[in-house]
Write a protein of this length. Structure first.
Length: 101
């Protein structure tokens, strides 16, 4: 990597991606948050058994921050379009509310 290469910053993580046009904002946000939780748990399961090394590896603090990292990875994945779970959950929310399209 040469010295002129820059890495763009990650987008802010406190807000969810806006709901697509014509969708109920609150219902879509709930569906997207559900997908973020699911994805963070999936990422956590994928990393079970990985050993941390080096002088700063291991311990209670690492476990705490690792779980926070998994939550953030799941949130970023969901905001980036996810794997389609949010769309399916959104449709089910609409059906339960009686507003299915």
């Amino acid at each position: 990597m040469d010295k002129t290469t820059t890495i763009p910053p990650l987008p802010a993580t406190t807000a969810t991606a806006p709901a697509p046009a014509g969708r109920n904002r609150a219902a879509y946000k709930a569906a997207q948050e559900f997908e973020a939780v699911f994805l963070s748990q999936m990422v956590e399961q994928m990393n079970i058994g990985l050993k941390s090394g080096g002088p700063f590896g291991g311990g209670f603090a690492e476990e705490t921050y690792r779980s926070l990292m998994y939550q953030e990875v799941g949130r970023q994945m969901a905001q980036s379009g996810g794997v389609g779970i949010a769309d399916a959950v959104y449709q089910e929310i609409l059906k339960l509310q009686g507003g299915a399209k």
